[in-house]
Ligand binder design. Structure first.
Ligand code: ATP
Length: 314
């Protein structure tokens, strides 16, 4: 029985293997990526039983999505949609340290997720439901599925984690803000960066936004600060932790690995500061390779990263 369930869209991911515009790219590598399945894989690597749900098209890329996530040990529930293709995402390495992402997902199978795709008992029997704001902006049916998932979790006493994950390619900020705020207010734990938190409560600082989320019934706001680490805002205190220093190759997916690290610590009963140390280590490791989730660490990888420097691994 999975302890964590998560749902969303996962796409095929095509990335240029060399630096430069896709205009001239000769070599491309094929993989997969999606915020929630990235978190699912991250959790699985940390020893958590987890299930991911998402629609895929009736095509080889859909098979690829299902196979890869399954191969990581995640329980996969993926209804096949015969009427829409699997979505696609292209990653361009514009410079040695910068990445641009292009999406081909409008009308995709993943965006057609619907409330009836969610199996009975799936959410009710889990300890934690993790969702993200991306799903809310994909389509009306995906937003309904997300909303139904949150309602079911709330009714069953399943903890709800929500990553704001605003994608400006899916909706303008002004339109997305109130939708994402409504979802955040229904969650127990909310993740976001400063820009995303600002979107929920325009004009408010993070502390203020955290207080408003608590007033709506949430318990903690986890602020992702990129290379500055992270902070958790709770009623009684603010806990901060610095980032680890790594040579970042591609920071896309760092946020998802971070969330997996934090949630695994929460489920294990770690203190807030211990969760942050683990989450920052996961985020840092995820930056060290080009894939969205491939560099997500195991507990052993984290121990190595946080251990004494310079000791060779034999
Ligand atoms: P994305 O949606 O692209 O994954 P995000 O905005 O959700 O990103 P970030 O704040 O960029 O999340 O990164 C999440 C976490 O990953 C940070 O809080 C930090 O722990 C770690 N991290 C990110 N970038 C770096 C970096 N350059 N060096 C070390 N750690 C990093």
């Amino acid at each position: 029985r999975p302890r964590v369930v998560t749902l969303g869209e996962t796409m095929a991911l095509v990335r240029a293997t060399e630096i430069g515009s896709l205009r001239h790219a000769g070599a491309l590598a094929l993989g997969i990526g999606g915020a929630e399945s990235n978190v699912a894989i991250g959790l699985r690597r940390l020893g958590v039983d987890v299930s991911w749900l998402g629609r895929v098209g009736d095509d080889p890329l859909g098979e690829r999505v299902a196979r890869e996530i399954r191969a990581e040990g995640v329980d996969v529930r993926c209804p096949v949609d015969a009427d829409a293709p699997t979505g696609l995402m292209l990653k361009e390495r514009t410079t040695a340290s910068a990445t641009a992402v292009l999406y081909y997902r409008a009308g995709s199978a993943g965006s057609r997720l619907a409330p009836e795709d969610i199996p009975p008992g799936w959410i009710e029997e889990a300890s934690l439901l993790h969702v993200s704001g991306i799903t809310a902006l994909l389509s009306d049916s995906a937003r309904s599925a997300l909303s139904a998932a949150i309602d079911r979790a709330a009714a069953a006493g399943t903890t709800i984690a929500f990553d704001v994950n605003f994608r400006s390619s899916l909706a303008p900020a002004g339109e997305a803000g109130p939708v994402l705020r409504d979802l955040a207010e229904r969650a127990d734990v909310v993740f976001g960066n400063a820009e995303e938190i600002g979107l929920l409560h325009p004009g408010a600082d993070v502390e203020d936004a955290a207080a408003r989320l608590r007033a709506a019934g949430g318990s903690e706001l986890v602020l992702k600060r990129g290379s500055d680490g992270a902070a958790v805002f709770r009623a009684d205190r603010v806990v901060e932790a610095p980032a680890l220093r790594v040579d970042a190759v591609d920071t896309v997916g760092a946020g998802d690995a971070f969330v997996a690290g934090y949630l695994s610590g929460l489920l294990e009963g770690l203190s807030v500061s211990e969760r942050l140390v683990r989450a920052n280590a996961c985020g840092a490791m995820a930056c060290t390779g080009p894939g969205d989730w491939e560099s997500s660490p195991t507990l052993r990888d984290i121990a190595r990263l946080l251990g004494p420097e310079g000791d060779p691994v034999r």
